[in-house]
Design a protein around this ligand. Sequence first.
Ligand code: ITT
Length: 181
Amino acid sequence: MTVRFVTGNEGKVREARAYLEGIDPVEQIEYDYTEVQSDSLAEIAAYGAREAFEELGSDDPVLVDDAGLFVDALGGFPGPYSAYVEDTVGVERLWRLAEAEENRRARFRTVLAYADENGTETFDGSVAGTLVAPRGDGGFGYDPIFEYNGQTMAEMSTEEKNAISHRGRALAAFAEWYADR
Ligand code: ITT
């Protein structure tokens, strides 16, 4: 089987391959699944994975990952709207918003949804950190402004980021379930 990771984001695929190495290959597929309007990442991801599996044809399973950055002092903003905010406001200006706050704590959350002919399963992960002025060239998205244990996620290798990240936690749970199913 090949796991079809439906995403426009190569960074997510790179992180997933590190977990499924030796189990199954991971192929990146671009498919514009319906993103339901919801505050729940799980609902968005599960709906997208089901739809993509039904529409793409073939028995190969599908993975969808819906993630977001939730800033404490901003009531969880941008949360489920993180991709839109990255594209419009940008990472640097989100940092400027957080910089004005005393509390700079934030959390990354991700939900991975897996779909095959037997149904849909979801796996989630989250990590708490502190927002800082951008540092580092690795990772993607909000990684340069998200610090964990003195390093931004953009200063970490894929391996280091996976060991502590929201996606790493979700992928670890998924890979264990997938290997035993
Ligand atoms: P797909 O929907 O095509 O998978 P996307 O990048 O739009 O790709 P999301 O909607 O899940 O994915 O991502 C929401 C936003 O959060 C988007 O701006 C990402 O760059 C960012 N993001 C997601 N995971 C991240 C991570 O591990 N580190 C930093 N930013 C991340």
